[in-house]
Structure formats: structure tokens, C-alpha cells
Write a protein that binds this ligand. Structure first.
Ligand code: C2E
Ligand code: MG
Ligand code: MG
Ligand code: MG
Length: 287
């Protein structure tokens, strides 16, 4: 049948669609088993306080060690997990791991690290008791005072029907802070910055990364920082990779930075060795 098609591109289109469908089916099949097979791991990326250069915050970022394919990045499986609803269980697992890790570091080393956890809009729409369970765990682990921050994206704030405003207030009451991730890339409307209770704005890495070459991006970063401060929010710059970007952001009054200049996301043990042990020594010396 393919003969008559000649060089027609559609000839190639169909099999690739089929391949994609098959790939997706296999991915979903494997994703369903990944939690119980303990294939996920939470990595931690330090968030640096730009005033003191200390690390007292970190972002939890999931990694999937696929038995045949090696590490699959979240950009490849989180969207599928969202479409299938598997993100609920995965998100609860990430929360539990991150919270336990933070409590362990506090108990073992006397160091309090606030951990940021990404929460997708799907998790807000269909909580299945997650909220109550998270609050309960935080109380049990004594992390109910700013030990955890959740990162949400701008799209969530447009979803007027999902009771987001009330939920964010409930999080606040439970001692959880809220970060607005990838700020400036979504369907931004500045009006929601006053409507919702948000503690941190995370400047998207696309702005940070053009700081040297694009004076418009520099102006945008400066304006975002001034605006956030006036509204009582702190600013985290994502994707800081160079000394120049760091210096520009410090100059502009940015509060926190995160990026490869400081560290890539790393496993819990590596984070402990690189960041917690030093802080633990400092805590001993000063007490
Ligand atoms: P995000 O929340 O915006 O996380 C920041 C991403 O930027 C991470 O990618 C991080 O590794 C990367 N990054 C950090 N510093 C730099 C830098 O200096 N340069 C560059 N080029 N990249 C940098 P990652 O870990 O691949 O995660 C991608 C996205 O997947 C996250 O974006 C988040 O939206 C989602 N994600 C990751 N873990 C979870 C999770 O546990 N739950 C949910 N719902 N989403 C997650
Ligand atoms: Mg994030
Ligand atoms: Mg981000
Ligand atoms: Mg991002």
C-alpha cells in the first residue's frame, strides 16, 4: 500500500503516531508500578539566600530510575502522570519523602531546611484527602511552621472554580508557604498577586538566562523584584548559571537564587554532605 504514496509525508506520519501511542501506553504501564517498585527518588536542589549566601531552603525534584531506560526526566513523565491521575499518588509520595527528609535533618543535625514541593493543578482539582493527610503528617513531624513550601503555577490561579483561594489560605493556616513557580511565562494577570496569598515569586529561568544579552530581561527582573517587594513577597531567581547573572540579581535586590552555578539537583545524601554537615558544625560552634 505504501508504494502508491511515493514521497508523500503522510506515509511517515502514521507509523510515528502509532509508535507514540505504543510508547505512551508502555510509559503508563511502567508508571503505575514505579512507586511500589521503588523506582522514584527525590533529588534536592539548594536555594541560596542572596544576602548571606547560606542554604536554608531546597526544592524537591523527582527522578525516575527506569529499570531499562535509566533516568527519565520529569518533563517526560509528569505530564502523562497528570493526564492519567497518577500524579496524585506520585505527589503524595514526593511530599512524604521530602517531609521525612527535612525532619531527619532537623533531628540528626539540628538544621532546619525548608523544602519546596511542586504541586500540579491536577492535584488541587482532585485531592482525594491529600490535604488533610499532608497536614496531619506535618504536625506529626513537627514541620508545621514553614518547614514546607508548595510551588504552584500561574495557570492554577485562573481556575476560578477549584476553590484555590480557600485552599491556599488553608495551607497558610497550616504553616505551609506558597511559591508562584515559573513566574512570567504563564497567562499572567497581575491582579491575582493581590487576590491570593503568595509568599514567593520564582522568576522563570528564561528571564534569568538572558540577563547578559538582553537588557529587556534585565528590566523585567528588576521590575518583578520591586513589585514583589512592594506586595510583601520575596523573590527567588531560577536557573542562575553564571557569576554575571548572580551579580545582576544581587544588585537588583533579589532575595534567593537557585541554579547550576550553585548546584544541580542532587540526591539527599549528597545534599547532606555538601550543605547540612557544614551548617551542623556552625550550629555546634555557636551554641
Ligand atoms: P520547576 O519546578 O520549574 O523546577 C526547576 C527545573 O529547572 C528543574 O528541572 C531543575 O533541575 C532545573 N534547573 C535548576 N537550575 C537550573 C539551571 O541553572 N539551568 C537549567 N537549565 N535548569 C535548571 P527538573 O528537575 O527536570 O524538573 C522539571 C519540572 O518538572 C519542574 O520544573 C516541575 O514543573 C516538574 N516536577 C519535578 N518534580 C516534580 C514533582 O515532584 N511534582 C510535580 N508535580 N512536578 C514536578
Ligand atoms: Mg518548581
Ligand atoms: Mg520553576
Ligand atoms: Mg520550570
Amino acid at each position: 500500500a505504501a508504494k502508491g504514496l511515493g514521497r508523500n509525508r503522510y506515509h511517515y506520519f502514521t507509523p510515528s503516531m502509532q509508535e507514540y501511542a505504543k510508547y505512551r501506553m508502555l510509559l503508563i504501564r511502567d508508571l503505575r508500578k514505579a512507586i511500589s517498585k521503588q523506582e522514584f527518588e527525590v533529588y534536592f536542589q539548594p536555594i541560596i539566600d542572596m544576602n548571606t549566601m547560606k542554604v536554608l531552603k531546597a526544592e524537591a525534584l523527582i527522578r525516575w530510575h527506569h529499570p531499562e531506560r535509566g533516568i527519565i526526566p520529569p518533563s517526560e513523565f509528569i505530564p502523562v502522570a497528570e493526564e492519567t491521575g497518577l500524579i496524585i499518588d506520585i505527589g503524595n509520595w514526593v511530599f512524604e519523602e521530602a517531609a521525612k527528609q527535612s525532619a531527619y535533618w532537623r533531628e540528626q543535625y539540628g538544621v532546619e531546611i525548608q523544602i519546596s514541593i511542586n504541586k500540579s493543578p491536577v492535584q488541587f482539582r482532585d485531592e482525594r484527602g491529600s490535604f488533610e493527610s499532608w497536614i496531619k503528617q506535618l504536625k506529626e513531624l513537627k514541620l508545621d511552621s514553614h518547614g514546607i513550601c508548595i510551588e504552584i503555577t500561574e495557570g492554577l490561579l485562573l481556575d476560578v472554580d477549584s476553590g484555590v483561594s480557600e485552599k491556599l489560605l488553608a495551607y497558610r493556616d497550616a504553616g505551609i508557604q506558597v511559591s508562584l513557580d515559573d513566574f512570567g511565562t504563564g497567562y499572567s494577570s497581575l491582579s491575582y498577586l493581590k487576590k491570593f496569598d503568595i509568599d514567593y515569586l520564582k522568576i522563570d529561568q528564561s528571564f534569568t538566562q538572558n540577563l547578559a544579552s538582553d537588557s529587556d530581561d534585565q528590566a523585567l527582573c528588576e521590575a518583578i523584584i520591586v513589585m514583589a517587594h512592594k506586595l510583601g513577597m520575596k523573590v527567588v531567581a531560577e536557573g542562575v548559571e553564571t557569576q554575571f547573572q548572580l551579580a545582576t540579581l544581587v544588585e537588583a535586590g533579589c532575595d534567593y537564587g537557585q541554579g547550576y552555578l550553585f548546584s544541580k539537583p542532587i540526591p539527599a545524601k549528597a545534599f547532606e554532605e555538601k550543605y547540612i554537615l557544614g551548617l551542623s558544625e556552625l550550629a555546634k560552634v555557636s551554641s
